[in-house]
Design a protein around this ligand. Structure first.
Ligand code: THU
Length: 138
C-alpha cells in the first residue's frame, strides 16, 4: 500500500465524521503490520472536550482490535485545509505513545497535496514512558 492509497482510505473515512459543531470533517487511515487498515474520523460532542480526533479514533480502534502498539507502519490524515492538515497536540502525544518514533505520517488535504513527516518530528522532546519511573513499561 503506497501513501496515495492510504490517503485515499483516510478520505473515505472522513465521510463518516460526526461534526455537528465544527462542520469540519477529518479522516485518518492507519496501516498495521499485517497490511490491514484501520480507519478513523473525528467524533464531536456537545460538551466539546470529549471530541475525538480522526487520528485517535483510528489508533484506539486498532489497539482495541488487538493490534500491538508500536508495530504500525504508517498513518494518513486528511482534512479540507489549504495546506495538508497537521495533527493537534493531543494526537501527537498519542502518536508518540502508540507508534514507533520513525513511523511515517502522511498529512494531506482534499486537493491531494501530501506532506510526509514522522511521529518523532511532530513532537520533539516528547514526554514518554521512558520518563516514567525511570524505565520502559508496556
Ligand atoms: N481534528 C481532527 O480530527 N484531526 C486533526 O488533525 C485536527 C482537528 C478535528 C477535531 C474537531 O472535531 C475538528 O477537527 C475541529 O477542530
Amino acid at each position: 500500500m503506497d501513501k496515495q492509497q492510504l490517503v485515499g482510505l483516510a478520505m473515505e473515512a472522513r465521510e463518516k465524521a460526526y461534526v455537528p459543531y465544527s462542520n469540519f470533517k477529518v479522516g485518518s487511515a492507519l496501516l498495521d503490520s499485517d497490511g490491514h487498515v484501520h480507519q478513523g474520523c473525528n467524533i464531536e460532542n456537545a460538551a466539546y472536550g470529549p471530541t475525538n480526533c480522526a487520528e485517535r479514533t483510528a489508533l484506539f480502534r486498532a489497539v482495541a482490535d488487538g493490534k500491538t502498539p508500536r508495530t504500525f507502519r504508517a498513518i494518513a490524515v486528511v482534512g479540507d485545509t489549504p495546506s495538508p492538515i497537521t495533527p493537534c497536540g493531543v494526537c501527537r502525544q498519542v502518536l508518540i505513545e502508540l507508534c514507533a518514533p520513525d513511523m511515517p505520517v502522511y498529512m494531506a488535504n482534499l486537493q491531494g497535496a501530501i506532506i510526509e513527516t514522522t511521529v518523532a518530528e511532530l513532537l520533539p522532546g516528547a514526554f514518554t514512558q521512558n520518563d516514567l519511573n525511570g524505565g520502559t513499561t508496556d
